[in-house]
Design a protein around this ligand. Structure first.
Ligand code: F6R
Length: 241
């Protein structure tokens, strides 16, 4: 595991964006798994700026987002799909055929999870998975549990995760879904490279546990220690332990 520590969250996010841009210049057909959340916002801002100067940068890339809320329509401003449309897809002109997304309102959610796995496999698998980190050690929406799911699945969100996501729902906890769809840990570990970003003191304990040498389903991110090509992009606050 490679660890990169930056003076600020902004520098960490911009450095990660620069690394992705380098990768995209070499491999324009890059298949990326992408996160939502607060941490990657400056990364998407940096990607938008570079793509404005290099319109071809993302023209052939494929993306698959890590997760989506169950029961929230794609067009709802609180959906992760809407977040991605705002932060990356529309400003950079990415087309629908480049974008893989879970439909949290599909009639049959289990079939939707299977469809997503097939779509990822059909794209040749994930070249790079960019991940955030939950304060509780989750990756994607793989929450701490005695048993983790390998593949894309329906997941129940922990109270702390629902609270952390209330900001997308006007800070109204009652509106935050209890369930979501998420890539599984096997889907994520199948990526050829993993880039995890974590910033702020609230992530310090999870970062420490994910580097502890112990692997436990109670800290899903700790499974990343079994992957041969993981880089952590941290700011000082998340890295001090
Ligand atoms: C979101 C996701 C989550 C977040 C994590 C951190 O798509 O997969 O694992 O990365 O909850 O969220 P922030 O960055 O908001 O602290």
């Amino acid at each position: 595991m490679t660890v990169k520590i930056f003076a600020s969250a902004l520098e960490a996010a911009e450095a990660l964006a620069a690394a992705l841009v380098d990768e995209l210049r070499v491999r324009p057909h890059l298949v990326m798994a992408l996160p939502t959340g607060s941490t990657p916002l400056p990364m998407y801002a940096a990607l938008r700026r570079t793509a404005a100067d290099e319109p071809q940068l993302l023209a052939q890339a494929r993306t698959f987002n890590l997760d989506e809320f169950a029961g929230v329509p794609a067009g709802d401003p609180a959906s992760y799909r809407s977040y991605m449309e705002r932060e990356l897809f529309q400003p950079t002109g990415m087309s629908a055929r480049q974008v893989g997304f879970l439909d949290g309102c599909a009639d049959d959610l289990e079939a939707e999870c299977d469809r997503y796995e097939r779509q990822i496999a059909g794209a040749g698998g994930l070249d790079v998975a960019v991940l955030g980190l939950g304060g509780n050690g989750h990756i994607g929406f793989n929450e701490p549990a005695s048993v983790l799911q390998a593949r894309t699945h329906i997941t129940t969100l922990e109270p702390t995760t629902r609270l952390a996501n209330a900001r997308w729902f006007g800070h109204d906890l009652n509106r935050v879904p209890h369930r979501a769809l998420s890539m599984g840990v096997g889907t994520l570990l199948g990526a050829r490279r993993i880039m995890l970003m974590a910033t702020g003191a609230g992530k310090r304990r999870a970062v420490s546990e994910l580097r502890s040498g112990r692997v436990t389903t109670q800290v899903p991110a700790s499974l990343l220690q079994c992957h041969p090509a993981v880089t952590l992009w941290l700011d000082r606050d998340a890295a001090t332990y």
